[in-house]
Ligand binder design. Structure first.
Ligand code: BGC
Length: 401
């Protein structure tokens, strides 16, 4: 398969941390094994904001890569530009419609045709806890409520640890804020506010309470927090310097790359108040129209590999996520991945599966950009009160939606 047309793929991504790079290497090797060459187009910056900006400038100059990482509804905006390659042949012969749950499939189609291949489901509402710190200062008890969580933060701080590992970058602020908001306000309110953009929910006291709780976390962070990359904060938890990080399960890729195991070295648990919910994002590779048979054949092979069982198993073992294909065996996966899958299925049934706005799943980029600004400005401004942040959020969304 594919060998008759050895071609090159240029792939834009932002997977530059240790765990991310190890996961991507699985794909690079599989493409090479099929006889293709890989041009790596890495744009550093967690969450992918910079990568998306670079992608736009490449596409505007008429020279997009073969494939780009992407997530969520932004795919349809690219579809409107007429630059995407349709994956009808490979998706039909590999039966993607039969393999993917419709909610996942639909995001990756434009006008009925697949234009992107989904590779995983990341869960965002996770806490990553250093186990020996949890044992030492909290008797191994995982905090279940915000009160318990802050009591744990106090004890960790008093014992000389960095209680909360965070990196002050807008997307990381938004990631933590959305989890606090979900934990404080619950699933229904989260959907009204951040998915339906209902001004009443956005301007509610619950939002003010979410902002207040979010700002409270700041007193548990260390001096090195501003601007720090997410994976360096994960390392602080891995190395026993910090007690907890709230981050999507790409953080688990860092623990895995460092040879750490859940239950032994670290503990994964849902963010307080979000135990019954599942905030998700799906990483996908979107394909651009290519000139020349070899490049097209290589792109088709790339698409086929991305959705193959073998790739989704090996890749997700390293990435920290669970496979997008529900038929991949989890036998080789760890307990956090198994819990993620169980909670994903349970939330899908009970209607508590919520798209992450911090990771491009709930809003178009103009809207999430406005939310990022309000959240980050509030977080960095020690004088702004939470009620003012709520008002700013309502007005900012009104302007862009
Ligand atoms: C992506 C992950 C990535 C993380 C940090 C998220 O938006 O979905 O694949 O590892 O950002 O860069």
């Amino acid at each position: 398969m594919g060998q008759s047309h050895a071609g090159n793929v240029e792939v834009l991504h932002y997977w530059t941390s240790g765990g991310e790079a190890a996961a991507l290497a699985v794909l690079q090797k599989m493409m090479k094994d099929e006889g293709h060459t890989w041009t790596d187009f890495a744009v550093a910056g967690g969450g992918g904001e910079t990568a998306m900006t670079v992608l736009k400038s490449r596409a505007i100059s008429g020279n997009p890569p073969s494939a780009s990482m992407i997530a969520g509804p932004e795919i349809s905006q690219w579809g409107d530009l007429g630059v995407l390659a349709k994956l009808d042949t490979v998706s039909a012969s590999e039966r993607w419609d039969q393999l993917l749950p419709p909610v996942v499939a639909d995001i990756h189609k434009y006008q009925g045709s697949y234009v992107a291949a989904p590779v995983n489901v990341h869960r965002i509402n996770w806490m990553w806890m250093n186990k020996s710190i949890l044992d030492e200062v909290n008797g191994g008890k995982v905090p279940q409520t915000w009160d318990e969580f802050f009591a744990y933060m106090d004890k960790a701080k008093q014992s000389g640890y960095v209680a909360f590992a965070h990196g002050g970058q807008d997307w990381q602020d938004a990631t933590v804020f959305e989890q606090v908001a979900l934990g404080v306000g619950g699933n229904e309110w989260y959907q009204q506010a951040f998915v339906q953009l209902d001004p009443k929910a956005l301007g509610s006291d619950t939002m003010t309470q979410a902002f207040t709780t979010f700002k409270k976390l700041k007193s548990y962070m260390d001096q090195g927090m501003p601007g720090r990359d997410w994976n360096l904060s994960t390392s602080m938890v891995i190395d026993g310097k910090a007690a907890v990080q709230i981050m999507g399960d790409w953080a688990k890729g860092e623990f895995a790359a460092a040879g750490k195991q859940p239950g032994k070295d670290y503990v994964c648990a849902a963010v307080p108040g979000t135990q019954d919910a599942f905030t998700f994002n799906v990483d996908a590779f979107m394909m651009f129209k290519q000139q020349g048979q070899d490049a097209q054949a290589a792109q088709q092979d790339l698409s086929r590999l991305l959705m193959s069982k073998a790739f989704q198993e090996e890749f997700n073992l390293k990435k920290g996520s669970i496979p997008a294909r529900p038929d991949v065996s989890l036998a080789r996966f760890d307990s956090c991945a198994k819990q993620s899958m169980a909670d994903f299925q349970a939330s899908a049934k009970s209607g508590t599966l919520v798209p992450s706005f911090a990771h491009a799943m709930a809003m178009q980029p103009e809207v999430s950009g406005a939310v990022y600004d309000v959240v980050t400005n509030f977080f960095n401004d020690n004088d702004m009160n939470a009620a003012a942040a709520t008002q700013r959020l309502v007005s900012a969304i009104e302007l862009v939606k």
